[in-house]
Design a protein around this ligand. Structure first.
Ligand code: ZN
Length: 707
């Protein structure tokens, strides 16, 4: 989850980022030779190959001529070596706020090279602390040079000889600081019996595992993790997997965790501190715990209940069991975002996990349910099947957000969470109606660009377009295709297109073309509807809040109900303008209370503008409470937006607001009141002479609710 979204007020970024020739700093360690800063610029001579079975092929010759400079200024690590298994040992010192560690990585060398390149940042790696042992050779190779390229956050490890192809073990010892920046391996402060204490916590997404241990810190380099912690005896030590053994040695203990399935580095987690917990089990025996500060475990009960139910629901929804033996969720006092979906050990800001029946507001309860469901959804969508690269982060987050509402709605139908989803989509709608908006799917070249590219548009619109697709394809087809996708890419990585392909296969609909028009293009349309000679006439125009017309065009999934919700019609509207002959339309039109609503339950990311006749019919349907709450919300929201953009008359909007005089749904009513107030504020500036009438209108509208 990357829930703390900075709303950009001005200056949207440019997306054609050209590589800037930054000055790169380097820290260099010289091993087995005297420091010679000019050596790396000299052309290296061919080394004597120490492995007689590796003849000097052209590839080997090329490898021998590689220089450390090849690896600088690159967005991604070279692919000639990949990790298979990490044996990671960490010893945090909670009092001194430092840590020592060692990592032993089984590496697969796939192409001839004299180098190993790994990510590392803010770590001290001493000369002599790095070595590589090719499997079965009985040899230990010491590097001739270990360069820390600070700007690139990599260690460039150079050996004298070309490494043999196949498996080997890279061992690195290192030291670091438990920082207070809430990323990497950091400290969080809590109080125990009136005394301030430090806990050690990790937060690695997107690229801060490298601040805790040297690693291939990219989502597609999945590997097995075997973690061991050396910690004070009285503390609780947690990681992704359950503890298999604890050995006490004086004031400290060594805690050995079970080996993980293959996973990405950004999902690794380690926590050391003093905690209480509450525990429950799913029907198939998965232990679920909520860890809190000592004495606060009762506040974890609600999240625990939700988590158990959610794991059961998602097992069914994704048609794959929860992949790990346990699920721990923990509240951290100092936390940068809302929550983080670490595999099997989810971390939360306290307000996103804890609920106090006596003191917390009801809205908190909903937040806890939605955030817990979001993080647990990632255990499948994100952790089991992981994005190949950060370009697909929008899908990871958009999907988890959408499905978290699905879960919350299933467990707490009385909350009407889909209307809250609409409220939250408003930010996406508003920002995406500006000429300076941007598409939600943008290529991420360098990990530094993530924060620049992903904002409220990406997340809100991302979740909204997934909802639109699901509603159009239908719940069952969507779920089945999704399950097939999860099965196909489990323990692996996938791109956005892989999901579209699975949905296309399952539905027979042109999902890729449809979705590209929404994810690779900024903005959204307003669909204008007219009824003429028993036919539906549709026209689409890009909606811009300035009132001007954009040039965008979309493949719009139209859903439509006519006189009742019992039959829903669906079709794709691809052109600029088109006529549709709909079955039942003519008969329906003869009815006294005829109405037609496009974008049923407001599941689509577009606005609808009706001709006068249809608008008046719809207004009547609002007044008589025939429309669903989401549609009552949507009709008002669309009319308000169109009116503000100068596309509809203010009197039409006021007339519509009056139709909400019998509104019973809180969120819809709140929207009607807020809309009225913003019109009032606007008129105070633009047409003060009309304020008296407006005031009277407002009083007439609001009075019945006050009684
Ligand atoms: Zn998320």
């Amino acid at each position: 989850c990357r829930a703390s979204i900075k709303l950009r007020k001005t200056a949207l970024p440019h997306y054609n980022i050209s590589p800037s020739p930054k000055k790169r700093k380097a820290k260099r360690f010289w091993l087995n030779s005297s420091p010679n800063p000019s050596a790396s610029s000299e052309r290296p001579t061919l080394p004597n190959l120490s492995f007689p079975h590796t003849p000097p092929t052209p590839a080997v010759t090329m490898a021998a001529e590689q220089s450390a400079e090849h690896f600088r200024g690159q967005a991604r690590l070279p692919g000639f070596a990949a990790p298979r298994r990490y044996d990671l040992r960490l010893t945090p010192d909670l009092a001194a706020c430092t840590f020592a560690g060692s990592v032993s990585v089984s590496v697969d060398v796939a192409a001839p090279t004299r180098f190993l390149v790994v990510n590392a940042a803010d770590l001290d790696v001493s000369p002599g602390d790095v070595h590589f042992a090719p499997k079965g050779s009985g040899q230990v190779l010491l590097p001739v040079e270990v360069t820390s390229a600070l700007e690139d956050e990599i260690l460039i490890i150079r050996f004298n000889e070309v490494l043999p192809l196949g498996e080997g073990t890279l061992v690195i010892a290192f030291q670091g600081t438990l920082n207070d920046k809430m990323k990497g391996f950091y400290r969080s402060v809590y109080e125990l019996n009136g005394e301030k204490k430090n806990m050690a916590v990790t937060q690695f997404e997107p690229a801060d595992a490298r601040r805790c241990f040297p690693c291939w810190d990219e989502p597609s380099f999945k590997a097995v993790f075997k973690i061991t912690l050396e910690v004070p005896c009285e503390t609780v030590a947690l990681s992704n997997m359950p503890v298999v053994e604890e050995k006490v040695n004086g004031p400290t203990k060594t805690v050995y965790f079970q080996e993980s399935p293959i996973m990405s580095t950004y999902l690794v987690a380690v926590i050391v501190g003093m905690f209480d917990y509450v525990e429950a089990f799913t029907a198939d025996g998965t232990s679920v715990r909520v860890y809190t500060q000592v004495g606060k475990s009762a506040q974890g009960k609600f999240a625990l209940e939700v988590a158990v139910k959610t794991l059961i629901l998602f097992k069914e929804y994704f048609a794959v069991p929860y992949p790990l033996p346990k699920m721990d969720m923990i509240a951290i006092p100092d936390f940068a975002s809302g929550a983080m979906e670490n595999y099997g050990l989810v971390t939360y800001r306290e307000t996103a996990l804890l609920f106090d029946e006596r003191h917390s507001a009801a809205a908190n309860k909903q937040r806890v349910a939605v955030v817990v469901a979001h993080e647990l959804a990632h255990q499948w969508f994100g952790n089991l099947v992981t994005m190949e690269w950060w370009t697909h982060l929008w899908l990871n987050e958009g999907f988890a957000t959408w499905v978290s509402y699905l879960a919350a709605d299933r467990f707490f139908p009385e909350w009407n969470v889909w209307i809250q989803f609409l409220e939250e989509s408003t930010t996406g709608f508003r920002l995406d109606a500006l000429a300076g908006s941007h598409p939600i799917e943008v290529d991420v070249n360098h990990v530094d660009e993530i924060d620049e590219i992903f904002d409220a548009i990406s997340y809100r619109k991302g979740a909204a377009v997934i909802r639109m697709l699901q509603s159009y394809l239908g719940a069952e087809i969507f779920q089945k295709s999704l399950a097939a996708y999860i099965k196909r890419f489990a323990y692996s990585n996938a791109k956005t297109e892989d999901l579209w392909a699975a949905l296309e296969e399952g539905s027979g609909e042109p999902v890729k073309t449809l979705m590209h028009s929404w994810t690779k293009q900024q903005g959204y349309p307003v669909v204008s509807v007219k009824l003429k000679d028993g036919k539906l006439e549709l026209e689409q125009t890009q909606f811009l809040s300035s009132g001007s017309e954009g040039v965008g065009q979309w493949v719009v999934p139209i859903t439509l109900c006519c006189c009742s919700y019992s039959v829903q019609q669906k079709f794709l509207f691809r052109g600029k303008q088109d006529d549709f002959n709909l079955s039942g339309l003519v008969e329906c039109q003869k009815k006294d209370d005829f109405w037609i609503k496009l974008n049923v339950d407001q599941t689509g990311f577009y606005r609808v503008s009706y001709d006068e006749e249809l608008a008046s019919r719809l207004r009547h349907a609002v007044e008589t409470n025939i429309l669903s709450a989401a549609d009552r919300y949507g009709v008002l929201d669309d009319t308000y937006a169109l009116c503000m953009a100068g596309k509809q008359k203010l009197v039409t909007l006021l007339h519509l607001i009056a139709a909400y005089k019998n509104e019973t749904e809180y969120t819809v009513l709140a929207h009607a009141i807020n809309t009225s107030l913003s019109i009032y504020e606007m008129m105070a500036v633009a047409a003060p002479e009309e304020l008296v009438n407006m005031k009277k209108f407002l009083i007439d509208f609001l009075e019945p609710f006050a009684q």
